[in-house]
Design a protein around this ligand. Structure first.
Ligand SMILES: [Cu+2]
Length: 292
């Protein structure tokens, strides 16, 4: 299967997920975790981000409200890398599967996570920011003008990352096996202990479907024989992309059930193969159990 086909598949899967977003939970009632005022982000109907031009360094809570179903992403560009170059590399690298462009993009950006939001249901992101220059965008708008710059400067917020259940990416393209379950809603921490960029796609397994069905579906997709997924993407969540060594947290709310957990980020060293095809698949129970 060519890189191009794989890239197209990853893109189409991402679109499926995007169409079925449950969206993040509303603002939490837990006030103990907030020490600085949240950074207010609004995304308008043309998918342009408006937010403060300057944000304090340290742990920040971003509250994202949006006129459409949006996928907010925070990016730190390397010095000299422009929004025009980034937009071109996203188009050629992520959408068209051109490996040179994908590699250039990954070399020049640090991806710090984000949050999904939909009308009436804001998204919440917790992220630890160092002093520097960043971009914020709705990734569903790939125009260079959508990469809105902001600066991180001033006094540290003094806030700490909220604690809760954690999903961990480990080695290069693996999910940690624990926890076996997470609550139905709350805050989910995503820790990337691996050496690659990753994002979480979590979707409810259809009735009676197991990890075996999920693996079989992915294997078939690799052969170009993608059948109906064993997951229901109406009950799903989608984290933004998080770079190696980084941590983010976001609010979520999902119906009780067993969920497939996958990452579709393309692997540049494997010709753009989505990480799910390299084994970045597991299931997790949502609700009805502890969060060990
Ligand atoms: Cu991945």
């Amino acid at each position: 299967m060519s890189a191009r086909t794989l890239g197209a598949l990853a893109a189409s899967l991402t679109l499926v997920v995007g169409g079925g977003l449950v969206g993040a939970a509303g603002a939490s009632t837990d006030t103990s975790r907030s020490q600085a005022a949240p950074v207010a982000v609004t995304i308008d109907s043309s998918r342009m981000v408006t937010m403060p031009a300057t944000v304090q360094p340290g742990v920040n809570e971003f509250e994202v409200t949006s006129a459409k179903n949006s996928s907010f992403q925070v990016v730190q560009p390397a010095e000299g890398y422009t929004p025009e170059q980034a937009a071109a590399d996203v188009k050629n690298g992520l959408n068209k599967g051109k490996i040179k462009a994908l590699k250039r993009f990954e070399r020049n950006v640090t991806l710090l996570g984000g949050a999904t939001a939909k009308p009436g249901s804001p998204g919440t992101l917790w992220v630890d920011l160092a002093v520097g220059t960043y971009w914020a965008l709705d990734v569903r708008n790939e125009d260079a003008s959508a990469f809105v710059p902001f600066t991180v400067a001033g006094a540290d917020t003094g806030a700490s990352m909220p604690t809760g259940p954690k999903l961990k990416a480990v080695q290069s393209t693996k999910w940690a096996g624990k926890p076996a379950s997470i609550p139905k809603k709350g805050l989910l921490t995503f820790k990337n202990f691996s050496d690659s960029n990753h994002f979480i796609v979590m979707a409810q397994m259809k009735k009676g479907k197991t990890i075996k069905d999920l693996r079989a579906w992915v294997r078939a997709a690799m052969q170009g024989e993608e059948g109906p997924p064993p997951m229901n993407f109406r009950n799903s969540l989608d984290s933004a992309v998080l770079g190696p060594g980084l941590t983010m947290a976001f609010d979520y709310s999902l119906p009780k059930g067993t969920y497939g957990v996958l990452c579709f980020w393309p692997d540049a060293s494997m010709g753009g193969m989505p990480h799910a095809f390299m084994g970045m698949i597991r299931t997790i129970k949502v609700g009805g159990g502890g969060s060990s």
